[in-house]
Design a protein around this ligand. Structure first.
Ligand code: BTN
Length: 249
């Protein structure tokens, strides 16, 4: 993927913020990659922080400017990037149980190994640009957070060259995106994504409005909302409404 422009920082606040700031300043080409050895203000989903020790993991953001993609297809990015990460991790870790916890946390054997942050900008009913932030725990031995976490090193018992891995990741993401754009229809990707879904058709515990409930994950609808069955009824879940309990097998 040599045609893609890359910017690398030893340290920055957040590659996501940097990628966005380039948009207003230099009108970068699609495929711009901004990476860092260390982020002082790494950002996670729903306003959380993304913590990653200096020089041990991958933290990067990529810019996409799809032409003519309706906003109701924006979940395709969640799917494509998740697929790219799962493929890369299978290549590197072998036949482990790698799953996507909706909407796009990547779990290996039930523990979070990578996170994806997707920020869209809309123009009318089209996507104008999409900034995809990816954090993969690579060589760090993870501490215990409020959820179980792991790294490639912990799973494979060896460390990885970060530059090589970064290039493979960029290549995998770009390939999946370009291929996906040929027929960007949710129904073409939905079932492949559901095959990767953590706890698909199984029971999980969630916390909703401070109350713990049990539900069964039933897949996604055509705009990527999660379908769950609670007390016999199918309901749609939005990411900010619930917390899934991970460490309950
Ligand atoms: C999550 O799981 O909450 C998403 C984590 C996304 C982290 C990446 S690291 C590179 C990019 N820059 C950021 O500030 N966040 C994303």
């Amino acid at each position: 993927m040599n045609g893609l422009v890359r910017v690398h920082f030893k340290q920055c606040d957040s590659t996501q913020t940097r990628a966005k700031s380039y948009l207003s300043k230099i009108r970068p080409r699609e495929g711009l990659v901004v990476s860092a050895d260390y982020q002082s203000g790494g950002r996670g989903q729903l306003g959380s922080h993304w913590l990653s020790s200096e020089g041990l993991n991958l933290t990067l953001s990529m810019l996409f400017t799809p032409q003519d993609l309706d906003i109701d297809k924006r979940f395709l990015f969640n799917i494509w990037i998740s697929q790219a990460l799962v493929n890369l991790l299978h290549k590197k870790l072998g036949e482990q149980k790698i799953r996507v916890k909706w909407p796009n946390d990547i779990l290996v054997n039930g523990k979070k190994i990578a996170g994806i942050l997707i920020q869209n900008n809309l123009r009318g009913d089209k996507l104008q640009y999409v900034i995809v932030g990816i954090g993969i725990n690579v060589n760090e031995v993870m501490k215990t957070y409020s959820f179980p976490a792991t790294s490639m090193r912990s799973e494979a018992g060896r460390s990885y060259n970060l530059n090589e891995l970064k290039e493979e990741l960029i290549g995998q993401v770009w390939k999946t995106y370009i291929k996906g754009l040929q027929f960007p229809e949710m129904q073409l990707f939905k079932s492949a994504y559901e095959k990767l879904l953590w706890k698909m058709d199984q029971k999980v515990s969630i916390i909703e409005g401070g109350v713990k409930k049990t539900c069964r994950i039933k897949g996604i609808n055509k705009i990527g909302e999660l379908k769950v069955k609670i007390d016999g009824d199918i309901r749609l879940i939005r990411n900010k409404d619930v917390t899934f309990i991970l460490n309950e097998d």
